[in-house]
Design a protein around this ligand. Structure first.
Ligand code: GLN
Length: 189
């Protein structure tokens, strides 16, 4: 669990509920010890700065490149995107997911909202999804699967190999299926 900034405590609680041994990761040595990583929601530009400051950005890129399973929610999805639109000046991502993500895509009028999403990969019932100053996935590469979209077709959950990303926050609604789906990937990796 990347614990530089954001709602990592909520994720740790879900992972513990599912029986996973989840630890906060703030240093390269801690990263080296995990078999999977969740990047929480929060503020991607701050997470970017802290990861560089703490010498974690390069180890994270290497880990992602060598196949570490990583699940990013909201700001975490932005961190995983190869390309971010509307980042702050100089904002970098870790990359790995072949997607273009637009930060704060819903603007100030609709900066938070909730909706139910049909997600075939998770089955019934629909996922109750909370979006908070959320990004949107604007385009995906050929090897990326869109797992969920809004009614207008805009993509809000993606999977590419060992990487999983959602624009919303399953960790704050009692939803555990995304984390279980991710843990299954970690076990299979
Ligand atoms: N707007 C935030 C960002 O740019 C993401 C918000 C969130 O994680 N809830 O990183």
């Amino acid at each position: 669990m990347l614990a530089l900034q954001g709602d990592f405590r909520e994720h740790l609680a879900v992972l513990a509920e599912l029986g996973a041994e989840a630890l906060p990761v703030r240093r390269p040595e801690e990263l080296a010890a995990v078999r999977g990583l969740v990047i929480p929601g929060g503020e991607s530009s701050v997470m970017d700065k802290l990861s560089r400051l703490f010498g974690l950005a390069e180890p994270l890129r290497e880990a992602i490149g060598s196949g570490l399973p990583v699940y990013g929610t909201c700001a975490g999805l932005i961190m995983l995107a190869d390309v971010v639109v509307d980042g702050i000046e100089g904002q970098q991502t870790l990359g790995g997911l072949d997607v273009v993500v637009r930060r704060n895509a819903f603007g100030s009028q609709l900066d938070s909202f909730e909706t139910d999403l049909e997600i075939p990969a998770l089955g019934e019932p629909p996922v109750h999804a909370v979006f908070i100053r959320a990004p949107i996935v604007e385009s995906v590469g050929a090897s990326v699967a869109a797992l969920a979209a809004l009614g207008d077709g805009r993509i809000v959950a993606v999977e590419q190999g060992n990487l999983l990303g959602t624009a919303f926050h399953p960790e704050i609604t009692g939803e555990t299926r995304f984390h279980q789906y991710f843990l299954d990937k970690v076990r299979a990796a």
